[in-house]
Structure formats: C-alpha cells, structure tokens
Design a protein around this ligand. Sequence first.
Ligand code: EPZ
Length: 428
Amino acid sequence: MDRIAIIGGARLEGEIPISGAKNSAIKLMAASLLTDEPLRLTNMPRLADTRFLGKLLQRLGTEVSESEGADGPETLLQTREIISTIAPYDLVRQMRASFNVLGPLLARTGQAKVSLPGGCTIGARPVDLHLQALEALGARIDLHEGYVYAQAPRGLRGGRIDFPINSVGATEHAMLAAVLAEGDSEITNAAREPEMVDLAECLNKMGAKVSGAGTSTIQIQGVSRLSGATHAVMPDRIETGTYAVAAAMAGGEVRLTRTRSDFIETLLDKMGEAGVEVTLHNDGLTVKRNGARLRAVEIDTAPYPGFATDLQAQFMALMTLAEGESVIRETIFENRFMHAPELSRLGADITVSGGEARVRGVESLEGAQVMATDLRASVSLVIAGLAGRGETMVNRVYHLDRGFERLEEKLSACGAQIRRIKGGDDEE
Ligand code: EPZ
C-alpha cells in the first residue's frame, strides 16, 4: 500500500488550482441514469471515488468515457438503456454514495434492488431518511437480507418530503427521484449545501423543474422525460478549505484559484479570528501567515452555512499549534475524532470527551508514523506533517486518493517536501 512521506518545516509559496468537487461530481454522475441522452460533465475531478462510481454505473448500463477538454478533465455518460437495476453489497459497501443510484433507477424503471451501505468509520450513518423520501414519492420499500427492494410499477408520484434533520445525501436523493415523478413535490428542511444548487442546476439543464435549491424548501415539478446536457462541476469547497488551512499551518503565501471563497465563509471567519490573513479574489483567495503564532478559537460543526464537518479534522490540526485552548464540537457525526490520537503521536495535546475535543496548543509538532481511518482525517495528518519537525509518514494513503486529486503534486508545487512511496508496508 502507498504511503506519503513529508519533511516538515518548508513554507508554502505559490498557487494551487482547485479541482471539481468530489461530493458534487458523484451525485451528478448518478443523474445520468435519468436520461438516455448523453450527460457531459466538465471540471471533473479524477479520483478513486469518481472512478469507482463510473464502474458501478457501467454495470447498470451507462457508457462512461473520460477525456481532456479545453477546460480540463471531462466525463461523458450515456445510459441508453438500464441493463441492471441491482447495486450489490460489495460495491455499495465500498462507497456509501453508491446508494444514491437507488432513486434514479426507481424513477427511470420503476424498480431497484440496492444494498444497504452499512456503517462506516465516522459513524452509523443510517439511510432511513433516503427511504422516507422515496416512500413519500409513492415507492414501496422492503428490506431483506441487507438489501432495499424498491418498487413503483406505475411510476413515482409527487409528494411532500419533510426531513426531521438536515441530510445532504437524502436531499440529493429526493431531488434525483422527484424530477421524474408525476406531479409536484416539496422538500422541507432540505440541506442547503452548495452541492444542492449544483445538482439542481444540472438537473434543470436536463429539463427538470427544480427551484429553491440552496434554501431549506425545494420545489420540484415532475417532468415525463429528461434530456442530455453539459454541466461544469462546482469547485471543491473542502479541497479549498483544506489548502487554506495547510497554508496557514505551514506559513507562507498561497493563492487558491478556480474556486469560490463564499463556499467556505465560516472557515475563513474562524481563520481570521485565529490570526490568518485572507484576501479574496474573483477566482478564489490568498492565504498568508508570517511567523506570528495563531490564537486558539472554538468551533462547532453544523450543516451549511455552518462550519463543515469535512473541515473539522484539518482545523483541529491547525489548532494544535495555536496559543491557548481550542474547543471543537462535532455535531454531525458521532465518531469523527479518530485523527485526534494520531495528531497526538505528532506531539499535539488533545483530550476527547464524547463529541467535544479540547486542543491545547503546543510550541511545535514532531514527525512520526501515523495512520488514518477516513479521507478528511488523513489530510489533517498531512497538514500537520507539513508544519512538524522532521519526517511524518502517513500510512493508508488510499483514503486520500478517494478525495484529493494530485495532492502531492499540488503541495510540492508550493515548496512542500512531500512524496509518495509506492507499495510501502502498511502499519496494520
Ligand atoms: C455527505 O454525507 C458527504 N458525503 C460527507 O462527506 C459529509 O461529511 C456529510 O454530507 C455532511 O456534510 C457525500 O456527499 C458523498 P448527511 P451524507 O446525510 O450525505 C444522519 C467526505 O469526507 N442521517 O448529511 O452521508 C447522518 O448519520 C464525506 O467527503 C440519518 O440519520 O451526510 C448524520 O449524522 C464524509 N439518516 C447526519 O444525518 C439518514 O438517512 C448528516 O448526514 C441520512 C443521514
């Protein structure tokens, strides 16, 4: 298994172009199941997760081809015919978002059999809200032997979907199914993440009638068929925030381009409070820190526009070197502090109690062998390694490959001493 070796201490200076958003791209790819015409996605990130979903879609009948377009990587998807309505356990287990093919399969063919995804390292992550949404659209749902059997022989019909809590995946799933339902649907207490807006815009280009995405009430007028479209994937706000924190932690001056600063306003406010200098541009932002020690600040993760849970681990890394004590509360997932003991291996002083972590800033971190259990936790260790003294070796790099495109290349272009070691031993 590959590992990443980092020699800490180099300041970061330069420019990092941000890729298309993983968490939007995989839902947009699933939208291609809704039409027999081609869906062309530009600004596509090339990641393990997008490749993986491409493979699942091929099993369902989608032709998937990748190319380099005038404006970067593109993926063309066309599902002339659904050849299978089954998403098996081995595929859904490996990537939870595969579950989101259920709604489109059901909307297009009236039936689907999709494995329940099961828990994951950051928590139990149930899918009850996804199923509740499909039932509100008239689907009959049965659960047997770990599979969801969904049926709507006469097609889905519009309905009211009132979510008890905000869920990104369930809101997207509801949109993906309701666009082809007969009649009108309304989603209340919808997630407001920018990915909702991206998905709605793409669906509307395909002929859907979705309004209100990005607010807590989304209205959908069902249509009988959708057509092909071309859509540029939104910039990855979590990649943007990650490199912003990396620059703040290592020190130096980094310009992040091809992105939007308004997607990470809450993070930037907190970085400002901590003493990081941020300048906004039309196509992104510049993050600068020269020498002075940062101040500890508190954060609570929350649904958008609150502090993103996907940036919590990175921010914790930053706080390990701040002056004073920072309190970090994780309110979205019940088990998302696995990076804390690994950061402690680098010399951080962190105490975790339930959903709260107390980080007492130290003067410096020191390189060590570390290992992570999920994507954002892994990258927090890379960031900490950039600021530590000596060598940090990050094991289980496959987590990083799921969601960060050309990470080593982008960071070394700014002067980081980071390299991938192919096939090194994993520290099991
Ligand atoms: C999405 O996961 C993202 N994944 C996650 O990013 C992100 O952390 C999360 O949203 C929150 O922003 C993708 O988009 C692929 P949720 P999702 O449904 O949709 C509970 C990453 O690193 N819940 O908004 O699964 C759930 O347990 C990943 O890229 C139910 O109870 O998150 C959680 O506590 C990790 N029942 C809360 O809702 C349900 O049916 C919010 O989860 C669904 C969710």
